[in-house]
Design a protein around this ligand. Structure first.
Ligand code: PA5
Length: 455
C-alpha cells in the first residue's frame, strides 16, 4: 500500500571496503544486535516514547484551531530537547521560507524558536514582535532550566507592559511535567493553559510529545500523518532480524565503525528542509551515547561526535576533508527520491559546453547526481558511507525518520551497554550556572568554583 511506497530505506553497501567494515564483522555482531532489539522492545512501556504514536492529538488540533486567527507569531521558549525537534519539524514540513510568506499563503502563524539566552537574540525578537498578536509557548520538562526561565521572565514582563497582567493567559501557554517543577507551580498559580509532558520521556526523545506537537499544530503540520509515520518507523524498528531492521542496522554499523576507530559520524541530508533534522539528530546521538561509564559503572568513554553537513552545499567545504582526511568518519547521507519541486533548468548559451549540458535537466536531477557522485567518490577514496533514502519529504516520512533515529539510538545504547537516557554531563553545566548566579541551595558549588578560580 501507500505506506510501503513511503518507506525510508537504508543502503549500507558503501560501508564495506578497505577502511570500512566487512560483511563478516556485521554478521558476527548480528546476534548481539538482535538481543539489543529485543531489549529495547521489552522496554517500550518504560521508555514511553515508543508509544507516542498512539496518543490522541485532538487537544493540539483544537488549541491550534482556536488560536490561529488571533496570533501572528507563535514563539517557543525552550532549549535542547525542548527546542530542536520543534525547529526540525517546522523546516522539514513547511520549508525554509515559511516565515517569510505572506499570512494568506501560510494560513498559520509564523514560528520563532528562541533557544538561547543570547541577549541580542531575545532583545532583537522583542523589538520585532507585535506582542498583542504573539503567543509564547514556554517549554521545559524540568521547569527549572535557567535559559528558558530567563526568557520566560523577560517576555512575561514585556507582555505585562504590552497587554496587561490580566491578559497574560491569552499569550502564554506552558508545556512541562504534569506535577513537578517551578513552571508547573507558576502555571497553577496563574491559571494558564498547560500541556503535560509525559514524565518518562526524556528531552531529546520528546519531539512527538506536546513539546513538538503544539508548535507543529500551530503551523499547520498534519499531526496524524506525522504520528502515522512514527508508528510505521516503530514497526520497522521492531523487526527482530537486525539486517532487515533499518534502526538496528544503522546502530550496528555506527557501533562497529566507532569500535574500528571512526569516532565521527556525519549526517548530511541533500535537502535544505532536512538540515535542522540533522541538528536534532546531533543532539540525540551525542547526548544519548556520549557516556563515561557503562551500565555496570565501569569506565566506557564512548560516543561518536556528530557533525552536521548539508548537501550539496558542503561538498564545497567539508567534503575535501571527508575525501582526503583521516579515516575517522562514517558519513550518513540522506537522499530524496522525489522532491516536492523539480525546478527545471532552462536551456541557454547552447554553444558553451560548460553551461549547455545543464539545460533540460532539473535541479532535482542535479542534486541527486551530486549525492550519488559524492557517495561513489567517498567509497572509492576508502571512506565508508551509507544512505538513508526518503521517497519524499512529508509528515509521514519525517515521523518515520524521527522514530527510526530514536530507535537506532536506543539500540546503539544497548550495543555500547551504556544508559542512553541520562545526561549527567549536561546536568553538571546546569548546576555550575545556578551556582554562579547565586541560586539558593547551590552555595557549596559556588564556593568550590571560587576556590578553583583562586588556585
Ligand atoms: O535532552 C535533554 O534532556 C536536554 O537537552 C533537555 O531537553 C534540555 O536541557 C532542556 O531541559 P528542560 O526541558 O527541562 O528545560
Amino acid at each position: 500500500g501507500w505506506r510501503e511506497t513511503q518507506r525510508i530505506r537504508l543502503d549500507v553497501n558503501n560501508v564495506f571496503g578497505p577502511n570500512g567494515l566487512t560483511p563478516a564483522e556485521l554478521e558476527a555482531e548480528a546476534a548481539r544486535a538482535a538481543e539489543a532489539i529485543a531489549a529495547v522492545q521489552s522496554r517500550r512501556e518504560a521508555l514511553g516514547w515508543p508509544l507516542l504514536p498512539e496518543q490522541d492529538v485532538t487537544p493540539f488540533e483544537q488549541f491550534a484551531a482556536a488560536h490561529r486567527d488571533r496570533i501572528d507569531t507563535f514563539v517557543v521558549l525552550g532549549i535542547g530537547g525542548s527546542a530542536l525537534g520543534n525547529i526540525a519539524v517546522q523546516t522539514a514540513i513547511n520549508g525554509p521560507f515559511y516565515n517569510l510568506l505572506p499570512r494568506e499563503q501560510r494560513g498559520w502563524p509564523r514560528l520563532l524558536v528562541l533557544d538561547n539566552s543570547d541577549p541580542e537574540l531575545n532583545a532583537g525578537a522583542l523589538r520585532m514582535l507585535d506582542l498583542r498578536r504573539t503567543m509564547f509557548n514556554v517549554i521545559s520538562k524540568s521547569g527549572t532550566t535557567a535559559e528558558t526561565m530567563a526568557s520566560f521572565l523577560y517576555f512575561r514582563q514585556a507582555l505585562v507592559e504590552a497587554v496587561g497582567e490580566e491578559k497574560l493567559g491569552d499569550h502564554i501557554v506552558l508545556t512541562t511535567d504534569p506535577s513537578s517543577g517551578f513552571l508547573r507551580q507558576i502555571g497553577q498559580r496563574e491559571g494558564w493553559t498547560m500541556f503535560d509532558l509525559p514524565p518518562k520521556v526524556g528531552g531529546r526523545f520528546s519531539v512527538l510529545t506536546s513539546v513538538g506537537l503544539l508548535s507543529a499544530a500551530m503551523t499547520g503540520v498534519n499531526l496524524r500523518e506525522l504520528l502515522a509515520g512514527a508508528a510505521y518507523g516503530g514497526e520497522l524498528a521492531a523487526n527482530p532480524d537486525p539486517l532487515r531492521n533499518p534502526a538496528a542496522l544503522g546502530a550496528l554499523v555506527n557501533y562497529l565503525c566507532f569500535r574500528k576507530g571512526k569516532p565521527i559520524v556525519v549526517m548530511m541530508p541533500y535537502a535544505n528542509r532536512l538540515r535542522d533534522v540533522a541538528d536534532w539528530f546531533a543532539q540525540l546521538w551525542a547526548e544519548s551515547l556520549g557516556k563515561a561509564i557503562d551500565r555496570q559503572g565501569k569506565p566506557a568513554r564512548v560516543g561518536q561526535t556528530p557533525v552536521k553537513a548539508l548537501g550539496a552545499t558542503d561538498q564545497h567545504s567539508q567534503v575535501q576533508l571527508y575525501m582526503e582526511g583521516p579515516y575517522d568518519k562514517l558519513i550518513n547521507f540522506i537522499a530524496v527520491e522525489q522532491y516536492a519541486e523539480e525546478a527545471p533548468i532552462p536551456t541557454a548559451y547552447e554553444d558553451l559546453e560548460g553551461v549547455s549540458y545543464l539545460g533540460g535537466h532539473t535541479m532535482a536531477e542535479l542534486i541527486q547526481a551530486e549525492q550519488q557522485a559524492t557517495a561513489i567518490a567517498l567509497s572509492e577514496a576508502g571512506q565508508p558511507n551509507m544512505t538513508h533514502i526518503f521517497p519524499e519529504i512529508n509528515a509521514f516520512t519525517l515521523g518515520q525518520f524521527l522514530m527510526l533515529m530514536e530507535m537506532q539510538t536506543a539500540i546503539a545504547g544497548e550495543l555500547y551497554d551504556i544508559n542512553a537516557f541520562d545526561q549527567p554531563g549536561v546536568e553538571a553545566g546546569k548546576i555550575n550556572t545556578y551556582a554562579l548566579l547565586g541560586r539558593r541551595g547551590f552555595e557549596d558549588r559556588r564556593a568550590a568554583i571560587a576556590a578553583r578560580a583562586q588556585a
